[in-house]
Design a protein around this ligand. Structure first.
Ligand SMILES: Nc1ncnc2c1ncn2[C@@H]1O[C@H](COP(=O)(O)OP(=O)(O)O)[C@@H](O)[C@H]1O
Ligand SMILES: [Mg+2]
Length: 623
């Protein structure tokens, strides 16, 4: 469909004009109409029986409604002209029965179709959601949440609209229109020609306005999407907006977005109004032609009065499908555009996925070894974050990583959990390449406790159990004790039943970190524990307590602790110093101190600072 592509490029150039609005960075991969129809088809396929029934019902309804004007003609030319009232009664009964049957059949096909549409919608939503769940971190890092939400809501709705109404209305109107033309010619070809005189103008107008309305309508949907994204962004960043007094700027940008919405909608309105006025005028002109020409025909004898009345009725009925068709075509285009966006999202395949034949894990003990073999990794081509990194950690070792912000520590942890794949080299766990393990096995062996943990809307217990009811209260409490989260939880109103706000907004960052630590202990009892600055927002005193609590745990597990406070990692079996994607020092605290390199300098600086702060009474504790 050439036309649609043209519209898209026009939309894009129009959209570029307003640089105040965030633009979706969506892949521009082209989806062919055939692929789109295929996609819609696969979702409708299970319901083909219902769809066939719907189509048959439609045919019957269209046929029956064509019967009505003909019945009027029979009445006018027969009993009414011959003043035979008795013959009028059976015709009246047939007329009434036809209307009744049409009513019942219409109800049946609408009901059936709505059911099919909703079921297909449920399937599609489920499929899309499951597809999104499979995506890797790269996808979620590069796809705005607003865009995903828009796919899951607006676009799916537009597509359902297509399935449950547009296709049917389109089909039934086409059938009716063809039927009307056919019947008109069968009844009286001269009258039919008169009746269709305005048709070419009507079709030309429809084609012209359809193009205008379609481009306006898809532009409108796009602008609505941008508007939603803008609002979402502003409200999420409200703290920054208020803190830096950006209200005026925000208001002005909103003003632009708001007015754009109006102007795009107005341009659609203009086309639609012009179009429907044109149709109305042409309808009247068409009727006038039939009345005038048909009147002559009645007088001249090549038409009857009943025919004339029937024709007027047929014409009235033919304008309706044309109007509906043009509306449906506009909707169809919107739905196709939505379907295209959904199809595009469904086409994204995660880079990180289960191997075809996963290697069964050999080591089911709590402690695992891991190895980085000549690992080079980059998020963006040409900007390596880890460079030719080699590291072997034995099972049960407690390894610490220190290094400047941006050195690549979090990236290293991410590679171990296979959130990303290496560009060169290998990452191994117990001697098996992480790419050969199933993701479930792998993630049962590596747990990362992030610096900025997420809390779900729910109680503290929900967040610890992650909504798994089989985890006992004792189990949860023990983990909370070990992670030193229990004291603060028990002080909260309701304790473990305390309701968290979305994102855990009613906890401090440090408290969220304690929860995340406890959560990791509950859910991954046999994994390599990676603490990625997991206690960075926790005061020194509590951090020391956590260390003591974890001491027991560390004994028979492998752990990787990324930290800035060197006091917490002094006792590690090994300390790695990272700099710009490389490990530059590797050894125990004492060895590195003797080496007198980067670590020694870092340690000395922190030690000095601690000494100078000694005079100040430390204010610690989780209260
Ligand atoms: N998702 C990402 N996409 C692109 N670059 C990233 C991403 N995450 C981190 N980086 C880059 O990788 C480098 C290392 O980051 P990171 O591993 O988080 O460092 P650290 O944890 O040591 O502070 C940084 O320069 C950062 O800009
Ligand atoms: Mg980091």
């Amino acid at each position: 469909m050439l036309r649609r592509k043209q519209t898209t490029s026009r939309e894009e150039s129009a959209a570029k004009k307003s640089n105040a609005l965030p633009q979706f960075a969506e892949s521009t991969e082209e989806i062919r109409d055939r692929a789109l129809i295929w996609m819609v088809g696969t979702f409708l396929a299970p319901y083909w029986v219902q769809l066939v029934v719907v189509f048959v019902l439609l045919l019957i309804v269209s046929g029956l409604s064509l019967l009505l004007p003909w019945l009027i003609q029979q009445a006018v030319d027969g009993p009414i002209t011959s003043r035979n009232i008795d013959d009028l009664i059976p015709l009246g009964i047939v007329y009434f029965a036809t209307i009744a049957i049409i009513f019942v059949l219409r109800f049946a096909h609408t009901y059936l179709l709505q059911t099919v549409g909703q079921s297909a919608l449920v399937d599609l939503r489920q499929k899309l959601y499951e597809h999104l769940l499979r995506q890797d971190m790269r996808f979620f890092n590069t796809t705005p949440v607003g865009q995903i939400v828009s796919r899951m809501t607006n676009d799916i709705e537009a597509l359902t609209e297509l399935v449950s109404t547009s296709i049917v209305v389109l089909a039934s109107n086409m059938i009716t229109l063809v039927g009307i033309v056919f019947v008109m010619f069968a009844l009286n070809w001269r009258l039919a020609l008169l009746g269709l005189a305005v048709m070419p103008v009507m079709i030309a107008g429809t084609v012209y306005f359809r193009k205008k309305m379609r481009s306006a309508s898809s532009l409108y949907h796009k602008v609505v999407g941008e508007y939603l994204a803008f609002i979402n962004e502003q409200f999420n960043g409200m703290l920054v907006v208020q803190l830096f007094g950006r209200q005026q700027v925000s208001r002005d940008e909103f003003d632009v977005a708001n007015n754009r919405l109006r102007s795009v909608h107005m341009s659609w309105r203009d086309s639609f109004t012009a179009y429907s006025s044109m149709l109305q005028i042409l309808t009247t002109v068409g009727l006038a032609i039939v009345l005038y020409g048909g009147g002559q025909g009645v007088l001249a004898g090549w038409a009857t009065l009943g025919m004339l009345i029937a024709f007027i009725e047929y014409m009235r009925r033919s304008f309706e499908p044309i109007l509906m068709l043009s509306e449906q075509v506009a909707q169809l285009q919107t739905a196709l555009a939505a379907g295209e966006r959904i199809a595009r999202m469904l086409r994204v395949e995660p880079e990180i996925r289960d191997p075809a034949a996963p290697v069964p894990p050999t080591n089911n003990a709590p402690a695992h070894s891991f190895t980085f073999e000549n690992v080079t990794f980059s998020y963006e081509e040409g900007h390596p974050v880890l460079r030719d990194l080699n590291l072997h950690v034995q099972a049960g070792q407690r390894v610490a990583i220190v290094g400047a912000t941006g050195a690549g520590k979090t990236s290293l942890a991410g590679l171990l959990a296979r959130f990303y794949d290496v560009k060169q080299g290998r990452v191994l766990i117990d001697g098996v390449d992480v790419r050969e393990l199933s993701l479930a096995d792998l993630r049962a062996r590596v747990t990362v406790v992030p610096q900025n943990p997420y809390c779900f809307n729910g109680t503290i217990a929900d967040n610890l159990r992650l909504f798994t009811p089989s985890i006992s209260f004792e189990q949860m409490r023990a983990a909370a004790e070990t992670a030193r989260a229990a004291p603060f939880i028990e002080r909260l109103p309701g304790g473990y039943d305390y309701e968290l706000l979305p994102g855990g907004a009613n906890l401090s960052q440090g408290q969220r970190q304690l929860l995340a630590l406890a959560r990791a202990l509950i859910h991954s009892p046999n994994s390599i524990l990676v603490l990625d600055e997991a206690t960075s927002s926790i005061d020194t005193e509590t951090e020391r307590c956590i260390q003591q609590g974890l001491e027991e745990l560390f004994k028979n597990r492998t752990s990787l602790i990324i930290a800035h406070r060197l006091s917490t990692i002094r006792d590690a079996d090994r300390i790695l110093v990272m700099q710009r994607g490389r490990v530059i020092e590797d050894g125990t605290h004492d060895e590195l101190m003797r080496l007198n390199g980067a670590y020694a300098r870092l340690y000395q600086r922190q030690f000095d600072e601690a000494q100078s702060e000694k005079s100040v009474e430390p204010i610690t504790g989780t209260d």
